[in-house]
Design a binder for this molecule. Structure first.
Ligand SMILES: *Cc1c(COP(=O)(O)O)cnc(C)c1O
Length: 395
């Protein structure tokens, strides 16, 4: 009999039954230290008591309404998000790809209603990842994700990551926006230098373009600021996509925009059946309140700095296998030397009950829950130490 599910994923033979904090527990009772958290999603860890209570409470009142009716918790969360960021307006989605779709539509619509419908092209960067919908795979431009899905969609121009001159040269009369992840996740956990983000902002202002940040992975406290762009002065976006961490594990995303950038998104221009529903908004408010609670992000920065120091030590001990430690905050990449395979490293770590992931550019990726302690970080690093010692050269 064929397997009932499509073969789009290849999970290991391991089934988790429940979780608590940074630990996952199998059906058989084996505990694993979760340093990937659903790929940067479960920022408060598993089964956070306040998130569980909010979801339980809401689940007994009202699950779904559609946006035909007001959802007060959504208005409240949008208010919090706009007060805490560059944005004035929010559209809630269920996922990151949908937040990106909304961001692209918002940018094009802005030029459309300003009398420039010809300005629709979006500049993106090599190594980008923006999700798996048609718009998002074309924005991401990864040939692996585009192959076999028909002709490439018009309207995206990709330039080399970090090549400011190429970016300048790619701007034309038809350019609407520049779309970038302040820290690339999937592409290999690469933080964009602050000067580049400022350079992008300046170029955009000079040419009347909008800047769109994809903070689906690097946002929601992951880098130690509520959003990664907030580390950089003078590089605010016009539009930003958020998801993953902002729902803490409940499917949710958001497209944020300034008043000016959002001016084209009027009644009837966009929609979502589930986006901004009562369950997601109940959890989203709890996640936001926790992330912005006094001291929470300071603790993220502290544990991230500690982890980084430990990993630098690890990189010294395994200088033959580790190229560099990269990323920002608790979005961490260990780039392996050529000839070593990060998926194999993740497998060896998993054998020792540590869960990590892989990313592009030969990088082992870690995105632990933001609530980890220094002890959790030490434990993860000592497991990685053993796994690296065992890691063979890939055949
Ligand atoms: C995961 C991710 C997406 C897509 O999010 P989905 O919820 O899977 O649709 C988009 N952009 C970035 C940077 C991501 O990491």
């Amino acid at each position: 009999m064929p397997a009932p599910m499509m073969d789009t994923y290849a999970p290991p033979d391991l089934v988790f039954d429940h979780g608590k904090g940074a630990r996952l527990v199998t059906e058989g009772g084996d505990k694993y230290l979760d340093f990937i958290s659903g790929i940067a999603v479960n920022c408060l860890g598993h089964a956070h008591p306040k998130a569980v209570a909010a979801l339980q409470d809401q689940s007994e009142k009202l699950w779904h309404l559609s946006n035909m009716f007001k959802v007060p918790a959504g208005i409240e969360l949008a208010k919090k998000l706009t007060e805490a960021t560059f944005a004035d307006r929010v559209f809630f989605t269920n996922s990151g790809a949908e937040a990106i779709e909304c961001a692209i539509k918002t940018a094009r619509r802005y030029h459309f209603i300003n009398g420039r419908p010809d300005r629709y092209r979006i500049i993106t960067f090599t190594g980008a990842f923006h999700g798996r919908t048609y718009g998002a795979i074309n924005a991401g431009g990864n040939p692996k994700y585009l192959e076999g899905f028909g002709p490439a969609m018009e309207g995206f121009d990709q330039v080399e990551f970090g090549d400011h001159d190429a970016l300048k040269a790619a701007i034309t009369e038809e350019t609407a926006a520049i779309l970038i992840e302040p820290v690339q996740g999937e592409g290999g956990v690469r933080a964009v230098p602050e000067s580049c983000l400022r350079g992008i902002r300046e170029l955009a202002d000079e040419h009347g373009l909008l800047v769109i940040y994809d903070e689906v992975q690097c946002g929601a406290g992951r880098t130690g600021k509520l959003f990664a762009y907030q580390w950089v002065d003078g590089a605010e976006p016009d539009i930003m996509a958020s998801a993953k961490g902002i729902g803490g594990g409940f499917p949710m995303g958001a497209c944020l925009a300034t008043e000016a950038a959002a001016q084209g998104m009027v009644v009837g221009t966009h929609g979502s059946t589930y986006g901004g529903g009562p369950l997601a908004m109940a959890v989203g408010n709890v996640v936001f309140d926790e992330l912005t609670a006094e001291g929470f992000l300071d603790q993220v920065v502290d544990v991230a700095n500690f982890m980084n120091q430990q990993l630098q030590g690890l990189a010294d001990r395994h200088a033959d296998k580790i190229e560099e430690v990269r990323g920002k905050g608790l979005l961490i990449g260990l780039q392996l030397k050529e000839g070593y395979n990060p998926k194999q490293l993740a497998g060896l770590a998993r054998n020792r009950h540590l869960l990590i992931g892989a990313a592009g550019d030969n990088v082992a990726r870690m995105a632990p829950p933001l609530i980890i302690t220094r002890d959790d970080a030490s434990e993860a690093v000592s497991i990685l130490d053993e796994a690296l010692s065992e890691l063979p050269e890939a055949g």
